[in-house]
Every structure is written in C-alpha cells, then in structure tokens.
Design a protein around this ligand. Structure first.
Ligand code: GPP
Ligand code: MG
Length: 291
C-alpha cells in the first residue's frame, strides 16, 4: 500500500550515510608513505598488509638510504604476495570473464587479477580520489579498456546481476554490514562464481573485541567483525565456503618488519602485533562458491 501525503516534499534519500562520508574523507586525504612509497616501486598500489617470511637480511644494510629502500621493497614484496594469494583463488578465469573488486583502494588488486587472467575488472571505492588515481594507473598501463574503477558504494553498485565470474573484498569488509555486503556479492556473481575475502576479524574464542582491536577500529574508523559473523552471513546469501585459511602466523613477520621501518610506520603497528599475539584477532582468508 502506498500512502501519499499531498503537499509534503519527499525526504531525500542520502546516497551514502554520514559514516560512509567520514570514511570517504579519510581515504580522500590519506597519503601514507607506507602505501605511496611501496606502490611507486612498480605502480602497484595496494591497501592491505603482507604475508610470508621476511628476508631479515634487509636490516643488515648499513647505508641509511639503501636500508630504507630495501625495507620498503621487502614490505611491498610481502603485500604483493598477499594480493597474488587472493588472485590465485579467484580462478580459473578467462579473458572474457568479469571480476568485481569491492573496496578497490588505489587499484592494485584489480590490476593483479587482470595481469593473471587478462580478465575485465570493476573496482569500487567511496573515495573519488582513489577511483581517479586508479583509473589513471589503468590508463598508463594501457588496460583501461578492461579495468575500470568507479566511485560507488559496494553495497549498492548498480552493476549487472549475474554479470561476474568472481569477486572479492581485500580488507574492506570492516566498513560495512556483512548481510548487505554478501547480498550484493551474491546478486552480482553468476551461479558457480567464486568469492574471496581476506580480512582481520576478532576471535570469538577471546570473547568480544579486545583493547587492541578497538584501537585498530579507531585508527581506520572501521568496525571489525567477529569470525563467526562471516560464516553466518555467507550461509544466508548462497556463498558456501570451500577453503578457509588462518593467515595470522603468515602476516606477523610483515608487521615485525613494518614496526622496524621508521620511515614508514603509521603508529598502528603495535596494536596489530599485540592483537595477533594475544589471540584476540585473526587474519583470515575465506574462499566461497556462489551456489
Ligand atoms: C589497509 O589499508 C587497511 C584497511 C583498509 C582497514 C583495516 C584492516 C584490517 C585488517 C583491520 P592501508 O594499506 O591503506 O593501511 P595502512 O595505511 O596502515 O598501510
Ligand atoms: Mg598499507
């Protein structure tokens, strides 16, 4: 039933909440050397952390300028290894396939997927700055015909239903309600499509969010979900996990090295290391099939 109120102006529906506007403000202003200096190495700009063993010989370099460069390169190698790990689980994909990058940042994840599969990619971000930057990168690489970034809300993309063979969130789920997010992934993915998430989640066995998890939330203006919430929300939206990997041990070396990189630290390093080590926080990858 529709109730009309003649003469009463319809309340405007905001395109995004005040919270989402504050998140966009953060990313429009963000210029951390830990993101820009790493990205500059090979024009792959990532907004996530790293995995894998550190080559600790970088700390033996005594020349201060070279020492900074080799540490920066080592952190970038570990972040790119994380992007490759995620991309590997999206496939197999063909060059005709289309993938969706939810919370694409400055675009490194979609470029990584395109390099591996030559597929089409659509990335979305609330930040106009990030979308413009990422599109410029795609143009410079000559892949802008296939890889596009959009200033859109990942919960309501307007993209084609069933138009995607694979989709992912790389450390972006803590900004959204999982029910709304997985409803949108489920709508966009074709039957048999693949969804991958890498995320930091709080550990249900610890209880509630620890002090360090709360510090991470305050740092990024986000709201880290418990591990259980992912499986509940996926089950509700036809996303069936096929592989779950606890990456906590694999990411701790990245944070140890980042903590020792005086030229790159942002101040959040101790919160991550303590949260991982006291068991309140986990770095998790979940791979799921859209059924
Ligand atoms: C990585 O981005 C982090 C986030 C997007 C949000 C929080 C993630 C969790 C796993 C809790 P970044 O690379 O821009 O962060 P930084 O500037 O610290 O490197
Ligand atoms: Mg970073």
């Amino acid at each position: 039933m529709t109730i009309s109120h003649p003469g009463v102006a319809k309340a405007p529906v905001p395109a995004q909440s005040t919270y989402q506007t504050r998140v966009a403000d953060y990313w429009n202003a963000e210029q951390n050397p830990v993101n820009l200096e790493l990205g500059r190495i090979d024009d792959l700009y990532h907004h996530h952390y790293g995995v894998g063993d550190v080559d600790w010989s970088v700390l033996d370099e005594m020349d201060p300028v070279r020492r900074r460069d080799v540490i920066t390169a080592e952190l970038h190698r570990l972040e790119h290894a994380q992007a490759e790990l995620l991309a590997k689980h999206l496939g197999p994909l063909s060059p005709e396939d289309r993938v969706f990058d939810a919370g694409c940042g400055r675009g490194g994840g979609s470029v990584t997927a395109n390099m591996r599969y030559q597929c089409h990619a659509d990335g979305v971000t609330l930040s106009t700055k990030q979308a413009d930057f990422a599109n410029e990168q795609a143009r410079a690489r000559g892949i802008d015909g296939k890889v596009r970034y959009h200033h859109r809300n990942m919960l309501d993309t307007g993209f084609q239903t069933g138009g995607y063979a694979a989709s992912w969130n790389n450390e972006s789920t803590m900004y959204v309600e999982l029910d709304l997010l997985f409803a949108e992934h489920s709508r966009l993915l074709r039957r048999g499509g693949r969804y991958v998430v890498i995320t930091g989640c709080y550990n249900d066995t610890y209880g509630r969010a620890s002090r360090e998890v709360s510090l991470i939330n305050a740092h990024y203006i986000c709201d880290i979900h418990p591990r259980s919430a992912y499986f509940q929300a996926m089950a509700k939206h036809r996303l069936v996990p096929t592989h779950v990997e606890d990456l906590t041990a694999a990411t701790i070396p990245y944070w140890e090295l980042r903590k020792s990189a005086d030229h790159l630290v942002t101040g959040v390093e101790d919160a991550f290391l303590t949260a991982y080590k006291n068991g309140s926080f986990q770095y998790l990858m979940i791979v799921a099939d859209r059924v």
